[in-house]
Write a protein that binds this ligand. Structure first.
Ligand SMILES: *Cc1c(COP(=O)(O)O)cnc(C)c1O
Length: 338
């Protein structure tokens, strides 16, 4: 079975398992786990922020951002198809009492400074005030689009002009950095915080990082505790995380595989497969005469797994455990399935 459902399905390497077994550990709630402390330092450096916090999931990292940046009952501005809007159980409203004001990005999920200004709500007797702008890079639902630094900066500038901080949901920030040839610290240079996942293309079994200025990360640590995310000898999880950071350099290979996959599948029995920007390939099944679900059922019988994104849209993800040969096999199997 070739599993392209997500870049989260990778299994930890032998080296990761060994690092885990041998990790020096302590009680991280007391700040005494040296491996976690090292991961937090290295992760902060990786995104050019002052400090970072190890969190169990990207979702928790984003939810913590909602709480540290805003006052209960404010608004958060987010792109309509973003993860925080679609896939986090309305967490911003549950955890931070936020009302989400959705903005329609363009077909790549980019929102403009004008949309930020338009969506901004000034606090007064009747209106809650905008407490946060949340960006996503790469943008998952739009097909892993890598949002350029100037687009991120333009939104940050407008938001800051309005006195509103910006959090970047960078679950796949290093994919964006690789695709754009822009170092990750530059991509988030003007943002106020960023979350990135160790557990996706970087291949760690568990974990994400929330990064920002030290004072903000200190408060994030209290919020993590509130969420029940204070972990003890978490060095056994941080050790694979440190190795995952080393995998930043190989993400370009996933992108190449994704492009090869798209090229191989484009036009097969009516499939439409736009050239991907990173490791997420969207397949449009409408002209094959099949729904995404029907298409995936046939693929599964031929040994390929993906996920439905829409009635006629399927997502295939390339990752650490998918080789160039696997890509060729996927093209053969999908062709056979169709
Ligand atoms: C996966 C993902 C998250 C959440 O990460 P989890 O570790 O699965 O909670 C957040 N944002 C985006 C864009 C993602 O793709």
């Amino acid at each position: 079975m070739i599993d392209l459902r997500s870049d989260t399905v990778t299994r930890p390497s032998r080296a990761m398992r060994e690092a885990s077994a041998e990790a020096e550990v302590g009680d991280d709630v007391y700040g005494e786990d040296p491996t976690v402390n090292e991961l937090e330092r290295r992760a902060a450096d990786a995104v050019g922020m002052e400090a970072a916090l190890f969190v169990p999931t990207g979702t928790m990292g984003n939810q913590i951002a909602g709480r540290v940046h805003t006052d209960h009952g404010q608004e958060v501005l987010a792109e309509r198809d973003s993860h925080v809007v679609k896939w986090e159980l309305a967490g911003f409203s549950q955890h931070a009492g936020l009302q989400v004001r959705m903005v329609d990005g363009d077909d790549r999920g980019v929102i403009s400074p004008a949309q930020v200004r338009e969506g901004y709500v000034a606090e007064d007797l009747h209106r809650p005030g905008t407490g946060l702008v949340c960006l996503e890079n790469t943008h998952n639902s739009k097909g892993g689009t890598a949002i350029a630094k100037e687009d991120v900066d333009a939104v940050c500038e407008e938001a800051h002009d309005l006195g509103v901080p910006v959090h970047v949901d960078g679950a796949r920030l290093f994919n964006a950095a690789a695709a754009l040839s822009t170092p990750a610290p530059e991509l988030v240079e003007n943002a106020d915080s960023v979350m990135f996942c160790l557990s996706k293309g970087l291949g760690a079994p568990v974990g994400s990082m929330f990064a920002g200025p030290e004072e903000l990360v200190d408060r994030a640590r209290r919020e993590r505790k509130l969420f029940g995310g204070g972990m003890r000898q978490a060095g056994v999880l941080a050790a694979p995380g440190l190795l995952a950071l080393e995998n930043r350099d190989r993400l370009a290979a996933d992108h190449e595989n994704a492009r090869a996959l798209a090229e191989g599948l484009e036009g097969v029995a009516g499939l439409r497969v736009p050239t991907p920007e990173t490791n997420i390939v969207l397949l449009h099944t409408e002209d094959t005469g099949h729904t995404a679900e029907e298409f995936l059922a046939a693929c599964s019988e031929h040994g390929v797994l993906g996920v439905p994104f829409d009635e006629h849209v399927v997502r295939f993800c390339t990752h650490l455990d998918v080789s160039g040969e696997d890509v060729e096999r996927v093209v053969e199997r999908v062709s056979a399935a169709l």
